[in-house]
Design a protein around this ligand. Structure first.
Ligand code: ZN
Length: 322
């Protein structure tokens, strides 16, 4: 058992699966080994026993990728309400152990905004969107109702990876996908896809139209804290369109990042130097990453106790109003 830190531990990118939603998953997206499936479908004692074994006090739950982002407009709205209602019931049963991010029917952005508001009024802490929405980038103005509602309600949207666009998957990764199945996913493909979506949201003016909208990125910001100086400098070279705020200004005032599945001290220190500790939140990525991987990192964090408290739960309490 891990030594318990002297503050609560709130992990905010912790996944489950809903049986009705995953019945629509295609191919490998719906297949996992039996133990993983048991963990994904459990929102009760089995999950809590894994939290207790390592000292995770609270999980902020979200559906696993691709969630509702590949569900068509014909059923997405009804399905979203059912999925979110079931998740809300699980949280109501264990209010001290679970909180939740809603799944959004992005196939109909206006309806996604309505569902976000309905869920937040029922106690959800924001929402999670997984990668492209039915193949479309999120900087398209049609998605603005979602950002406007999140901004008005004061809740963040968590942008989570999903499997890259099929054309990208084929051209970039197919040669190595058989020998290294994770190259298209957590090893690299997820990072490229999610960072690209986030950069496009800045370039597309999402944060100019919605200056108080907060976006959370997992995995220490999908490499962006490491690259923000170069992105910012290169985007501002002669010939570029003028933005009211630079990329760096937007990144350091509208973005939060989590530690999910990336328990690296160098990555932490780089992210702290670029964004400050107040914008970094603890997450594990259970059950795709196991709780001990995250919790065993905590005793080795190279930061003072005050910053540890912020990272492990203080920032989550503030941002998610827990
Ligand atoms: Zn995840």
């Amino acid at each position: 058992m891990t030594a318990k830190p002297n503050c609560p531990v709130i992990a905010i990118e912790e996944h489950y699966w809903d049986k009705e939603l995953t019945s629509h998953y295609q191919g490998v997206e719906g297949s996992r080994d039996p133990e993983m499936l048991k963990r994904l479908y459990d929102l009760g004692d089995y999950r809590i026993s894994h939290m207790d074994a390592t000292g995770v006090d609270m999980q902020v739950l979200s559906h696993g990728a691709p969630s509702l982002q590949k569900i068509g407009a014909d059923i997405a709205g009804d399905l979203a309400r059912k999925v979110n209602d079931r998740l809300g019931e699980a949280c109501a049963k264990y209010p001290k152990r679970f909180a939740a991010f809603a799944a959004l029917p992005t196939a109909i952005p206006e309806l996604a905004a309505v569902e976000l508001e309905r869920c937040v009024k029922a106690g959800f802490k924001g929402a999670m969107i997984h990668g492209l929405a039915n193949g479309e980038f999120l900087d398209e103005p049609k998605f603005d109702p979602i950002w406007a509602t999140a901004e008005r309600l004061g809740v963040p949207i968590y942008l989570h990876p999903s499997v890259p666009h099929p054309v990208v998957a084929d051209v970039y990764y197919s040669k190595y996908a058989k020998d290294f199945p994770m190259v298209i996913r957590a090893a690299w493909g997820f990072t490229v896809e999610t960072a690209t979506i986030a950069i496009r949201m800045v370039l597309g003016g999402v944060f100019e139209r919605h200056p108080k909208m907060n976006l959370i990125l997992g995995h220490f910001g999908e490499t962006l804290p490491f690259l923000v100086w170069r992105i910012d400098q290169a985007l501002a070279r002669p010939g570029a369109k003028r933005m009211s705020r630079s990329f760096r200004e937007v990144f350091s005032s509208n973005f939060y990042v989590t530690t999910s599945g990336n328990f690296s001290n160098p990555a932490l220190l780089c992210t702290m130097m670029e964004m400050g500790i107040d914008r970094i939140l603890f997450a594990i990525d259970y059950p795709f990453v196991d709780n001990p991987d995250g919790m065993n990192w905590i005793p080795n964090l190279p930061i003072c106790n005050e910053d540890k408290v912020k990272l492990l739960s203080g920032n989550a309490k503030r941002l998610l109003k827990l």
